[in-house]
Unconditional design. Structure first.
Length: 143
């Protein structure tokens, strides 16, 4: 059965590194994230990009399990728009000017830039990098 969705609304989903594994009990934080995914998927289509997909496959690449979970939520696989590179670079430059020591952007810069360029909301457990570098970005955080 198809769930009702707001027209044109989109959601960019990110769980972090706690992807479910075959035959293993899901940690409590993942249960909460999956519950949040379910609620969000009932309001708007979920989107995932290659960066998030890669993160969800760490530490064990169980592609079939991840694909099955994404299919349950009817997740759209979205490419990173070229414009998001400029936004990620700008955010990273600001990070460095504020004293950041990393030499290259973390995945949060690409995810935030993709969401900003595509007018998507980010589902994340760690709001800090998004608030710091993409302050106008809409966030959904499992409590």
């Amino acid at each position: 059965m198809q769930s009702a969705r707001a027209p044109g609304a989109r959601l960019h989903a990110r769980l972090g590194g706690d992807a479910p594994s075959t035959g293993a009990a899901l940690p409590f934080i993942v249960h909460r994230a999956v519950d949040r995914l379910q609620a969000c998927s009932e309001r708007a289509p979920l989107h995932i990009n290659l960066v998030i997909y890669t993160e969800l496959l760490v530490p064990e690449p169980e592609v079939a399990v991840l694909d099955a979970m994404l299919d349950v939520f009817e997740t759209q696989r979205s490419a990173l728009p070229w414009y998001s590179a400029a936004l990620a670079a700008k955010a990273f430059s600001l990070y460095r000017k504020r004293g950041g020591v990393r030499r290259s952007p973390r995945s949060d810069f690409y995810i935030g830039a993709h969401a900003a360029a595509s007018n998507l909301t980010v589902l994340t457990r760690d709001r800090t990098p998004y608030r710091s570098h993409f302050p106008r970005l809409m966030l959904v955080c499992p409590d």
